[in-house]
Design a protein around this ligand. Structure first.
Ligand SMILES: [Zn+2]
Ligand SMILES: [Zn+2]
Length: 160
């Protein structure tokens, strides 16, 4: 992983801002996240988290499932998954070695720090379609991970 500076940081900030705009479309009441996938300084895919087909649920499935439930508990398709599907649909030839930017918003629509990578669903999917880098916003700045590293870190995640 590396933190960006100078011109690289300035450009990355623009794509983070765009991801935050995309996140505002989320229909999930639990959290709003946005993703853009970028290749050669152009957005080739974007997505926000929401239940399948952008349904608005009265309550989150997550709250009704038993602790022993085996699979992903969230009601939503993740923003990263949506963006990957969007890129595959519209720009499948460009997805290899692209960058995936991810941001989460709070209730006021303000950007939040990502914390350590943990979502193995998205890390595996990004690695499988050969996205080159994952970009997150941390307290120390905008951080770029090689997707292999991102996937490995996600599998090593332990809540603090
Ligand atoms: Zn949700
Ligand atoms: Zn995910």
């Amino acid at each position: 992983m590396k933190y960006l500076s100078g011109e690289e940081k300035r450009k990355a900030q623009q794509f983070m801002d765009k991801a935050a705009e995309v996140a505002l479309h989320s229909t999930c009441f639990r959290s709003r996240c946005g993703t853009v996938i970028v290749k050669d300084n152009t957005i080739i895919g974007e997505g926000f988290n929401s239940p399948p087909q952008n349904e608005c649920l009265e309550s989150c499935l997550k709250d009704t499932l038993p602790a022993s439930f085996k699979s992903d508990k969230t009601c939503c398709v993740h923003a990263e998954q949506r963006a990957i599907m969007d890129a595959l649909r519209r720009n499948s030839a460009k997805i290899e070695r692209s960058q995936l930017y991810f941001i989460r918003l709070d209730e006021q629509g303000e950007k939040q720090y990502a914390g350590d990578p943990y979502c193995t669903i998205c890390s595996k999917m990004a690695l499988d379609v050969r996205i080159g880098e994952f970009v997150l916003w941390h307290e120390q700045g905008i951080c770029v991970y090689d997707t292999k590293e991102y996937n490995a870190r996600s599998f090593r995640f332990f809540p603090k």
